[in-house]
Each structure stands twice: as C-alpha cells, then as structure tokens.
Design a protein around this ligand. Structure first.
Ligand code: PBG
Length: 336
C-alpha cells in the first residue's frame, strides 16, 4: 500500500464501528441494557389437587399442587426472583355464567396467596383479575343471552374479585380483562375497603393474540364461543394503546403492561416514551412454546435465544417482564 493512499483517504472508511466491538472489555463498557432477576415475574399455574400435572404445549410448566408450588417458589427465590403471578385452573363444577367463584374468599387463589405470604412475607404476589378461569363461557367478562360481553356488570364482579384478593394478601392486582373503566372502579373499591397500599398493574395494551393458545390449554379456559376481539385490541393497531394508556393513568394504574411482548416491541417502546409509570411486558405462553419447541428440536440454543428475547423486551423499554422462563433465566444469569 503506497503512503500517498493514506494522504488521499482512500484506505477505507474513516469510521469503523467494529473498533468499539474489538474485545469483551471494550464491548462491556458500552452495554446499554441489563437483565437481572429483579426484572422477572414468574407466572404459576395452580390447581386444587395434590399432584402436579404437566402442560402439554408448555414443556417444563405444570399445573402445580401446593407442595410443588412452594418448592417452585423456593427455587425462584434462591436465584433472586421475588415476584410471582397466580393463574388458577378451576374445576368445571365451580364455573358459572357470572364467575362468582372469582370472589370466593375460600377459593383456590386466596388460599394460595395466604400460604405464600405466610411463608414469605416479602414475596410480591400478583393476582390476575378477570373472569375467564371461573366463567362457564370462557370469557374474561360476563356473556349476555345475546352473546355480548357486558362491560359494567363485569366490572362490578372484578371489583369484588380484586378486593377479595387484597384481603387475602395480594400485593399487586393485575386486571387482564380489558373491560372499560375497570382500573378506576377497582381503585375506588380497594381504597373504599382500606387497601390503599395495594397496587394495580393494568394489562393496558392487551392484544387479541394467537399466542395465548397454550395458556388457555393450561387452564382449560378457551372461550366456548366467539373470540375476544370485542375487548382485546387489534394486533394491527398502535394508536389505541395510547388511548388505553391515557385512561389507565387517569384512573390510577401504578404499572402498565403490554401483552404479548415479542411481537409488540414497538408498543412497549411507545408506552415507554409516553408514560413515567413503570412498563411491564408479558412474554406469553405461545412465545414460550415457540422457544421451547425450537430448543427441544435442537434448532436453537435455548439459553442464548431466551436471554436474547428477554434482553430485547428490556431494550424496548420494559422494566418488568412476566415470563415462564423467569426462574431458569435467573439461573442462567447467575451461572454467567
Ligand atoms: C386471561 C388471560 C390470558 C392470559 C393471561 N390472562 C389469556 C387470554 O386473554 O385469553 C394469557 C397469558 C399467556 O398466554 O401466557 N385473562
């Protein structure tokens, strides 16, 4: 190479971004996004039986009996995961049109909350507020005789459910039902009963997604008729998320959630840019199933792919991630 080439600048690009990637040490000081167990919420499927039952489309996940549930939480805590969310599989015999089992103070969820909080008072227990596990129609709200999901009648039941959960010791109630006005109504109901310290995590931008399939199998909670498109959002839309955000903020939400996570990273970013509240994202059952299936076939390196998917969700702007990989990912991070 002639020295005159250097003078005339024809040796190649002036800017070479690869210089800033040349060694692990050089890469480390520039890293913008971090993943830690404090960012994870572990979803737990529970049922009223001694034995745990594997979930076919979610290998590694089970409907847990009480003994296994406590063991699973113990393992999660050992690696720094201190937040869990409960999803009950409810006996068919207890399901009714109005889902009244949802606010039974002796139901599976309140009994489980009490058992968890008694053993670990500092564990943050998040509860699902919605009727689908309890509703004979498999919808998040009450279905009228004409097949409509009725809003205001549903919100009344959701308020009873949330208050009952708070009374049992829930730290954060998380309405996943997408009824209008439920955040404000639940806030009023909680405050009216003295539960001013119980937080509301709103499923703010929850989409009518195909990725919930394995979850509905896990709980046997699929809609008996129709779909959830009159209450969950159209996956084609972003602006609606801002409308839901404005309402949830005005109604007193403490944390706002986007669900699913992976296919909706732009929505996570959108909420992050428009709110000062913490943003959560739910890596849902179908996202878990995809990663698991590819890993089981040997098509993906499970550890690297899962941590990358979680990092992407954090990079988009999520403070909290609900993920079925919570405990495993925390174990991987600890191992380094
Ligand atoms: C229903 C609810 C669903 C999930 C959480 N709460 C399913 C649905 O809306 O049909 C899905 C979670 C997942 O797929 O992991 N209230």
């Amino acid at each position: 190479m002639a020295s005159s080439d250097i003078d005339t600048g024809t040796v190649g690009p002036l800017a070479r971004p690869r210089r800033n990637r040349k060694s692990p040490i050089v890469r480390a000081f520039q890293r913008e996004t971090f993943l830690g167990p404090e960012h994870f919420v572990l979803p737990l499927f529970i049922h009223d039986a001694e034995q745990s039952v594997p979930i076919r489309s979610m290998p590694g996940c089970q409907r847990l009996g009480e003994v296994d549930l406590l063991a699973e939480v113990e393992r999660a805590r050992a690696v720094g995961v201190h937040m869990v969310v409960l999803f009950p599989a409810v006996d068919e015999a207890l399901k009714t049109r109005t889902g009244d089992e949802a606010w039974n103070p002796e139901g599976l969820v309140p009994r489980t909350i009490r058992a968890l909080k008694q053993r670990w008072p500092d564990l943050i227990v998040v509860t699902d507020v919605a009727l689908d596990p309890y509703n004979s129609d498999g919808h998040d709200g009450i279905v009228s005789s004409s097949g409509e999901i009725v809003n205001d009648e549903t919100v009344e039941v959701l308020c009873r459910q949330a208050v009952m959960q708070a009374r049992a010791g829930a730290d954060i109630v998380a309405p996943s039902d997408m009824m209008d006005g439920r955040i404000g109504a639940i806030r009023d109901a909680l405050d009216g009963q003295g539960f001013t310290g119980v937080s509301i995590l709103s499923y703010c931008a929850k989409y009518a997604s195909s990725f919930y399939g394995p979850f509905r199998e896990a709980l046997d909670s699929a809609p008996r008729a129709g779909d959830k498109k009159t209450y969950q959002m159209d996956p084609a839309n972003a602006r609606e998320a801002l409308r839901e955000l404005a309402l949830d903020e005005a109604e007193g939400a403490d944390i706002v959630m986007v669900k699913p996570a992976g296919p909706f990273l732009d929505i996570i970013k959108l909420l992050r840019e428009h709110t000062a509240l913490p943003v959560a994202a739910y890596q849902v059952s179908g996202e878990y199933a995809m990663l698991k299936a590819a890993a089981q076939h040997g098509w993906l390196d499970e550890r690297r792919a899962v941590l990358e998917s979680l990092l992407g969700i954090r990079r988009a702007g999520a403070d909290l991630i609900f993920t079925y990989y919570a405990r495993t990912a925390a174990e991987w991070l600890r191992a380094g």
